[in-house]
Design a protein around this ligand. Structure first.
Ligand code: NAD
Ligand code: UDX
Length: 491
């Protein structure tokens, strides 16, 4: 088996950057090059201000960068030097043409594969790190073989990444498993072993699973589909809780204590976001449809439909509670990232909640501890979202401080579960807001009883939280609208 001395990763994103930083840290004898088309991204990786926020990432990069970890745009050079090449480019859902809205766009994978074939002068192990449809390795293999220089051999492996953002470094250092799929031939098995020997430098053998290529590719899609399905399932139950008086946290605890179900991924909320769940479930749905398994596709598509319903339900709840109109009212959005401990906003539920409220004419003020103002504006003015950019610039303000964000607003809505939102001085926030002051907890992280005692009208996903009878709300408003609110049909 050939020893891997140099690794190149094509794609310096949320996966390529952290994964290779950890490989460099754990394998000091291996040189790791991370390359990308984007000069801006590479410059950021080479600076003190990394292009992505991940707890613990900066420390790992600082320890290894310039020693055995290198970031550059010299893609061809890095391909040539490598024994093993990770393809870690983006695979977004297609937004045009055949398979629009479902199929993954594999153009970046294809261009990376063609680039390897064009420049490689020696044998290479090529590893799919990106999430791809089943049989993508076959396409990569064909591109490489049809374009290879004489005498060069390639082995294509599947090695999907299971890290979650916000905990990427922890997940990479201590993964539940490493999955490596390869051809069931002596050369294929040798390549699998070569990659396994890299991971074996810090992960025990039992957690390194070797399978055939197609099982590996399908396992990644299936894992994300199962995780997303759990979130949609508990979110569906949250709607039943609101209509019945059950409490979704209590239900999640009761069912999660069953060992067969387990506790994780049962937190109800405003809906799942992130670059993976929706894309990968849609990818699975498309695959099923292409395989004539339309019932299976329809089953998984319901996970996405439930998520759409949940985001819309939360936004509608805000409108309904604010006396059925938010036109001209200031609403504060606390949290814009798709989850805590990341600055990533891809498919963030906050984008859709904000969109819905803007369409109703609300003035929106946004605070997030890690997402840059430029990113928020880019998300809200993205043509795919369909909002009028002029309207967005007129109605949206972005604040650097949560108290400033909530000043003179009618309501605040928590859309990301940042820890710091649990520590805010809500009495101070209440004082600065218009009355009745509404608190919408889309992540179930706040102390609802405390908020009610302060005087807030509290609304939370999957719960019926009421205001106190002697709440500082003006009694007339409480009588007329309070009863209506409690009796409302929240679905
Ligand atoms: P990303 O958009 O953050 O990064 C991809 C990078 O690839 C970009 O910087 C882009 O410029 C670069 N790129 C594209 N084509 C290129 C080419 N031909 N040559 C050089 N560079 C090129 O994407 P990501 O979030 O890192 O995701 C990468 C893959 O990993 C996707 O398939 C995704 O589904 C999968 N994945 C992501 C996560 C996650 O948490 N983000 C987790 C597991 C798996
Ligand atoms: C996910 C997978 O977890 C990871 O294994 C895969 O490699 C990439 O996709 P990620 O999207 O980064 O990771 O974060 P994850 O923690 O899975 O959360 C996804 C979304 O689901 C977030 O919006 C999160 O807030 C939401 N979520 C998660 C819930 O609403 N409730 C939960 O109980 C768990």
């Amino acid at each position: 088996m050939k020893e891997i001395k140099t690794i190149t990763c094509i794609g310096a994103g949320y996966v390529g950057g952290p994964t290779c930083s950890v490989i460099a840290q754990k394998c000091p004898g291996v040189n790791v090059h991370v390359v990308d088309l984007s000069q801006e991204r590479i410059d950021a990786w080479n600076s003190d201000s990394l292009p992505i926020y991940e707890p613990g990432l900066k420390e790992v990069v600082e320890e290894t960068r310039g020693k055995n970890l290198f970031f550059s745009t010299k893609i061809d050079e890095a391909i040539n030097e490598a024994d093993l090449i990770f393809i870690s480019v983006n695979t977004p859902t297609k937004n045009f043409g055949l398979g629009k809205g479902r199929a993954p766009d594999l153009k970046y994978i294809e261009s990376a594969a063609r680039n390897i074939a064009n420049v490689a002068r020696e044998n290479k192990i090529v590893v799919e790190k990106s999430t791809v449809p089943v049989k993508a390795a076959e396409s990569i293999s064909r591109i490489l073989k049809c374009n290879r220089k004489a005498g060069i051999r390639y082995q294509v492996l599947s090695n999907p990444e299971f890290l979650a953002e916000g905990t990427a470094i922890k997940d990479l250092l201590n993964p539940d498993r490493i999955l490596i799929g390869g051809e069931q031939t002596p050369e294929g098995k040798e390549a699998v072993d070569a990659l396994a020997s890299i991971y074996a430098q810090w992960i025990d053998d039992e957690r390194i699973i070797k399978t055939n290529t197609w099982s590996s590719e399908l396992s990644k899609l299936a894992a994300n589909a199962f995780l997303a399905q759990r979130v949609s399932s508990i979110n569906s139950i949250s709607a039943v809780c609101e209509a019945t008086g059950a409490d979704v946290d209590e239900v999640a605890k009761a069912i999660g204590l069953d060992n067969r179900i387990g506790k994780k991924f049962l937190k109800a909320g405003v809906g799942f976001g992130g670059s993976c769940f929706q894309k990968d479930v849609l990818n699975l749905v498309y695959l099923c449809e292409a395989l004539n398994l339309s019932e299976v596709g329809a089953y998984w598509h319901q996970v996405i439909s439930m998520n759409e319903y949940q985001k819309k339900r939360f936004a509608s709840l805000i409108v309904k509670c604010l006396f059925n109109t938010v036109t001209g009212k200031k609403i504060s959005i606390l949290g814009f990232a798709f989850k805590k401990d990341t600055g990533d906003t891809r498919e963030s539920p906050a984008i859709y909640v904000t969109k819905y409220l803007l369409e109703e004419g609300a003035k929106i003020s946004i605070y997030d501890p890690k997402v840059k103002a430029k990113q928020i504006m880019m998300d809200l003015t993205d043509p795919q979202l369909g909002l009028d950019p002029e309207k967005v610039h007129k109605l949206v303000t972005i604040e650097k401080d949560p108290y400033e964000c909530c000043q003179k607003s009618h309501a605040f809505a928590v859309c990301t579960e940042w820890n710091e939102f649990q520590e805010l001085d809500y009495a101070r926030i209440y004082q600065s807001m218009l009355k009745p002051a509404f608190a919408f907890d889309g992540r179930l992280i706040l102390d609802h009883d405390k908020l009610v005692r302060i005087g807030f009208q509290v609304e939370a996903i999957g719960k019926c939280v009421h205001s106190l009878p002697d709440s500082p709300m003006e009694s007339g408003i409480n009588d007329i609208f309070g009863k209506q609110l409690l009796a409302r049909n929240r679905s």
